[in-house]
Design a protein around this ligand. Structure first.
Ligand SMILES: [Zn+2]
Length: 266
């Protein structure tokens, strides 16, 4: 049985430029940044391979490194904890046991799993984004997505999930790790950030994607795959620290290509 809830489904958008912050506002007045009530969040990683060249162990090592990026922010108390046991291989045949259905009528938000899914064929992404599996389909561009589910009026997420595209899209292991960290950021409630970047970046003109600043200036939570550093940007650090402040820290306010550069996070 699923709770009545609001399915938060993340898509990139052409929004005004904004610094990182909460993905969802909730609570009785609709003004409370929605978070996980307990900042110690257990995720269940599936046991299948990412794809034919990246084994489950290799992919899971990247997930653990991605979680560590967030866990190591000293001004935040968030702790993303991988389960000691892994859940079964999740693919197009059984994903609706673990994820919300693409129609948003079933949530699977009370099974205590928070699954991390390796979509080795891209079929799950196509099911959600309307792809047809043919060349140029959605899973040729969308390299991952994540969401969490809230009950309407709540200030807290119930549960969530992350899906990582396993198709060979020419990403390096570092880029895959950063992708996973980006999706996990959405999972626990962070929105995209475009701080200090020209938000008119475009596929068809100037400035092109990832071209308005040095790559180290792009936050991890930028909507496109631009950052290459295996670190969080200060804006990412400030954002997670705002949502999940460490009580012992001084909570300062949130301050303010190549073909694969067209790949979008969701
Ligand atoms: Zn995103």
């Amino acid at each position: 049985m699923s709770k009545p809830g609001l399915f938060i489904f993340l898509l990139t958008c052409s929004c005004p430029s904004f610094a990182g912050g909460p993905l969802v506002l909730g609570g009785s007045a609709g003004t409370t940044p929605v978070t996980y009530q307990n900042p110690n969040i257990t995720l269940n990683i599936e046991s299948g391979d990412l794809n034919e060249t990246t084994s489950n162990a290799e992919a899971t090592a990247l997930v653990l490194q991605a979680l560590a990026l967030w866990n190591n922010v000293v001004t935040s108390n968030i702790k993303l904890i991988p389960s000691q046991t892994q859940i079964e291989d999740i693919d197009i045949n059984n994903y609706q046991t673990y994820l919300p259905n693409p129609g948003g009528t079933v949530f699977n938000a009370n099974d205590n799993l928070n699954p991390v899914v390796y979509d080795s064929t891209g079929e799950i992404i196509d099911a959600f984004f309307g792809g047809d599996g043919l060349p140029g389909t959605q899973s040729d561009f969308v390299i991952g997505f994540a969401a969490s589910i809230i009950t309407v009026g709540s200030s807290y997420f119930d549960e969530g999930y992350a899906v990582i595209n396993g198709k060979d899209l020419g990403l390096s292991s570092i880029e895959i790790k950063l992708l996973i960290a980006h999706e996990i950021g959405h999972f626990f409630g962070l929105d995209h950030t475009q701080v200090n970047i020209n938000n008119q970046e475009t596929d068809f003109g100037t400035p092109g994607f990832c071209k308005t600043n040095v790559q180290s200036a792009y936050p991890l939570m930028y909507p496109f795959v631009c950052r290459k550093e295996e670190t969080l940007h200060q804006d990412d650090i400030s954002s997670v620290s705002s949502l999940y402040p460490n009580a012992s820290a001084n909570n300062s306010p949130n301050p303010h290509i190549e073909s694969r550069q067209r790949l979008i996070y969701s």
